[in-house]
Design a protein around this ligand. Structure first.
Ligand code: AVJ
Length: 322
């Protein structure tokens, strides 16, 4: 029976903190202020995102899971069994559980930055799938992936669900796809969840829910920033702003200052927000299947197959190296 091997490759753990701080300070002192969406996910932020996934308006998660369940045979046929399946940003490894029984990879490698949580999930998964080697790696998504010796000759497939790719601007999405292509090599593949362009009312509702959970999620990024920087940004002076930009096919999330005010950013610097000034917090790009496959083609990835729900809300797409 396989056992979980916990590989921690946080080689940059000591300066990681300073890098994050610098990134935040750069964003808050830029002419057009921004905070990277990865800062949404502190503990409370992750809980709020769990809630978002349950919201009636937020269709992506449930639609993607339904697709994985409905098409697990077809997906497994397209991808093929016996691979090394690698999932960057695996989180609680929930979605892959719908894939593993049919896909039967020899080895599954979830990668995530929150080590403790990851190893706990990996242990459970190893228990449920004793015939698959679960090899969890605590690292960030850009890290090189070192496949265990025993599986070096297996073909590699990246699993990237959740339309996380939508957070990247298209040029950055392309860099990510190129990185994936390099990682998987000539025989590899990419199984990716991509949210689709659709009626703007559906999109606006999904990011402006009735209950206001998305607003809390957006605003909470400022609490996380305050904790990381020791800053004193007053969350109550900001409002959640989110809308679908049809021209650029993306949801934009911002935090809008309701009055002119100044905050301390830790010890030495401060920042002034003018009335109605916005901090940009997230893009969520929406694609067509054709549009996304054209982007992937530029990275040397060819669309092999894709699956849509009846309402064409969401897609799962499978690419092979070309
Ligand atoms: C996790 C990036 C896919 O863009 O839909 C949900 C994050 N932001 N509601 C998305 C999110 C606001 C989500 N992703």
């Amino acid at each position: 029976m396989n056992q979980v091997v916990a590989t921690t490759e946080l080689n940059t753990v000591f300066d990681e903190c300073d890098v994050l701080k610098k990134e935040l300070l750069d964003g808050l002192s830029a002419k057009e202020k921004y905070i990277n969406p990865k800062f949404f996910y502190d503990e409370y932020g992750s809980q709020l995102f769990e809630k978002i996934m349950q919201l009636p308006e937020y269709y992506p998660s449930r639609t993607e899971i339904a697709l994985l369940k409905q098409y697990q045979t077809e997906i497994s046929d397209a991808v093929g069994i016996g691979k090394v399946l690698i999932e960057p940003g695996a989180g609680n490894c929930e979605k892959v559980q719908h894939l593993l029984p049919m896909l039967k990879p020899d080895c599954y490698m979830p990668i995530d930055i929150s080590a403790d949580f990851l190893f706990e999930c990996a242990k459970k998964l190893q228990h449920d799938f004793p015939e698959i080697k679960i090899h969890a790696v605590a690292d960030d998504m850009k890290a090189d992936v070192i496949v265990p010796e025993k599986f070096r000759n297996n073909e590699k497939v990246i699993f990237y669900p959740g339309s996380t790719i939508g957070n990247y601007k298209p040029e950055d999405a392309l860099s990510f796809l190129k990185h994936v292509r390099k990682l998987v090599g000539e025989q590899g593949g990419l199984l990716i969840g991509v949210d689709l362009q659709k009626d703007k009312d559906i999109l606006n509702a999904a990011y402006n829910d009735e209950e206001g959970i998305t607003a809390l999620f957006n605003l909470n990024i400022l609490n996380h920033v305050n904790n990381l920087l020791g800053s004193d940004i007053n969350v109550e002076l900001f409002e959640h702003v989110s809308f679908y930009n049809e021209e650029l096919s993306r949801i934009e999330m911002h935090l809008e200052s309701q009055s002119e005010h100044t905050s301390n950013l830790g010890k030495f610097s401060e920042v002034t927000f003018s009335e109605k000034e916005r901090i940009h917090t997230e893009y969520s790009y929406k694609y067509t299947v054709d549009g996304f496959s054209e982007l992937a083609a530029q990275a040397g990835l060819k669309l092999k197959n894709f699956w849509l729900d009846n309402n064409r809300l969401f897609s799962i797409q499978y690419y092979v190296a070309c």
